[in-house]
Design a protein around this ligand. Structure first.
Ligand code: HEM
Length: 356
């Protein structure tokens, strides 16, 4: 048994879902561009929007590393950004992780804790601030509003005036927060990097904890890296990425036209039975490891892979130790296409069985 061979078209978007096809689309960056925005702006009716606001937003979205199709430019920027997000002392970082976690958990109401909003998000904002060397005033709520706006824009296939205005408003404080010594092209990446660090890594941590709450293993006896890896397969924070065809191309007998949008479904590729076997849908700790596509592949492969995993490996056991006698009381997921993101995960102490 295997899933249907992709691609197929629904609501004018090609869905690419098998492992081989997803890999192919991500690697062929010249044919499948990740800069859908230049097409999106052409297709959207934004005539009555302030032209200054529109050009500021266009300039930012087109300048993000993720939307560049020029390998040389991407390599250069990736090099600088990788240096930026790894230029900290390990010991200092560990101590920041521990102090931040302990400060946050001390303020929590033990009767009602929302793991995602009360612990994981505030923690990730503090870590992003440390790693990106942001010392200016940095409102956590405003920061998360921005982070959410980026996630929201990345999933859109048309823009409304309100989308642009909401995103523009969320940028206001960011313009001031990047350190002055950075070049303009690096500063412009801040909006994207804060999103990637806070949103995707929060989701990696929360989705792993979700799996630990909902599956019956002796977690203390297992390696945290393996638990995270199986979560990256079954509950990958980024479930799909958008691409736009730069030329007419045939794929498995289907005619894709220049300008067509493709939803490249990483989450489906990671569950492809041809690669992961008939039990690909199940969360299993003892499965044979195969390369995952959760961090992308090719020119636009994630540069935060190592950092996000280091954070998750360090933080998850510490949070688990605090919450392992609890259970999930209520969970909701974000209604954001392309993301596996918990909106709220409320936990409380497990009811103890009373034996007489
Ligand atoms: C420290 C945290 C993170 C940072 C700083 C970060 C940063 C980035 C950046 C800058 C890119 C664009 C790279 C390029 O265009 O060449 C990217 C791409 C990507 N990231 Fe991350 N990321 C982080 C965490 C994550 C996590 C936890 C996931 C999910 C498991 C993830 C999944 C991806 C994927 C799939 C892409 C490729 C997107 C595409 O090709 O369209 N990232 N990341």
């Amino acid at each position: 048994m295997g899933r249907q061979r992709s691609p197929f078209k629904i609501n004018n978007v090609w869905l690419v879902s098998s492992y081989d096809d997803v890999k192919f689309c991500l690697e062929a960056h010249e044919t499948f561009s990740s800069n859908k925005f230049k097409y999106l702006f052409e297709k959207s009716d934004l005539a009555d929007i302030d032209q200054g606001v529109l050009s500021e937003v266009k300039n930012m979205l087109n300048s993000w590393i993720l939307h560049s199709d020029y390998a040389e430019e991407v390599v250069q920027l990736k090099y600088q950004l990788t240096a930026l997000i790894h230029s900290y002392e390990d010991e200092e970082f560990k101590s920041i992780m521990e102090t931040s976690l302990s400060n946050i958990t001390q303020k929590i109401d033990p009767q009602r804790c929302d793991l995602k909003n009360d612990i994981v998000i505030p923690l990730m904002i503090k870590l992003a601030k440390f790693i990106l060397k942001i010392d200016k005033s940095f409102d956590e709520k405003e920061c998360y509003t921005h982070v959410f706006q980026v996630a929201y824009l990345l999933q859109k296939t048309t823009f409304t005036k309100d989308d642009i205005l909401a995103f523009h408003e969320s940028l206001t404080y960011l313009n001031a927060c990047a350190p002055n010594q950075l070049s303009a092209s690096m500063k412009i990446q801040y909006a994207l990097i804060i999103y990637a660090m806070t949103f995707n890594t929060s989701n990696l941590i929360t989705n792993t904890l979700f799996n630990m709450f909902t599956h019956d293993y002796n977690w203390d006896a297992l390696k945290i890296k393996d638990i995270i890896t199986e979560t990256l397969r079954t509950e990958s924070p980024l479930q799909s990425v958008m691409r736009v065809a730069t030329t007419d191309i045939e794929m498995n007998g289907k005619q894709i036209k220049q300008g067509d949008f493709l939803s490249v479904i990483i989450g489906s590729a990671n569950r492809d039975e041809r690669v992961f076997g008939d039990n690909a849908e199940e969360f299993l700790m003892n499965r044979k490891r195969k390369p995952l596509l959760s961090y992308g592949i090719g020119m636009h492969q994630c540069l935060g892979q190592k950092l996000s995993q280091n954070i998750a490996i360090h933080i998850i056991p510490k949070i688990w130790e605090l919450v392992k006698t609890s259970e999930i009381q209520h969970i909701t997921w974000e209604d954001l296409q392309g993301f596996r993101s918990v909106e709220s995960m409320v936990i409380n102490e497990k009811h103890k069985e009373i034996t007489v």
